[in-house]
Design a protein around this ligand. Sequence first.
Ligand SMILES: *Cc1c(COP(=O)(O)O)cnc(C)c1O
Length: 222
Amino acid sequence: MNLIENADLVRQQVETVRNKANRQDQVNVIAVTKYVDVATTEALVKTGIQHIGENRVDKFLEKYQALKEYELTWHLIGSLQRRKVKDVINFVDYFHALDSVKLAQEIQKRAEHPIKCFLQVNISGEESKHGFAPDELDDVLAEIAQLDKIEIVGLMTMAPFEASQEELQDIFSKTHQLQKQLEKKQLKNMPFSELSMGMSRDFEVAIANGATYVRIGTSFFK
Ligand SMILES: *Cc1c(COP(=O)(O)O)cnc(C)c1O
């Protein structure tokens, strides 16, 4: 594994699609470090990475504690059990997997300041995937609107592992349309300006469809 080469390659690929898609806004690369230890994460940070993502609470806290001296932005990207909210939520800069009203209520109870959250949506309707169906959102947003510790910065989605290029294009463009509709509503504490989608295997399609945060693991650490 050559971290410097891999990080350069990811940066190049992101820039290439960004330019091809005529994107003027920023695309933030979150390095998903769940596969590697603190030392490897630190080495990656030294290549210029600013955003770190973890999907498990224990691993998140381990890296957060060990790398406090760096100015990093910390993303919790995986589904979060309600009983673990209190251990982690106040250290999280962005939580990407808000997928139930009950979880939002638990965050409301434990947060000491407003928490930036992505609402996870499941556009493909795949049973195994977490996330809200688009037709649930009106009701869900009405409930979350009452929680002043929840700031909804945008939508997050994950495409099915086996999705074809056409399916990826379909899922990501529909998620983008939905994000733009919600942004227009200008709801209080819900700017909906961000779009978290794209992993190692599909980040190029995601960026072409408006992703502002991509979550990349494998491509850094192969
Ligand atoms: C692991 C993970 C990623 C990164 O996946 P790669 O295929 O390794 O790039 C992105 N998002 C979530 C929620 C993950 O759990």
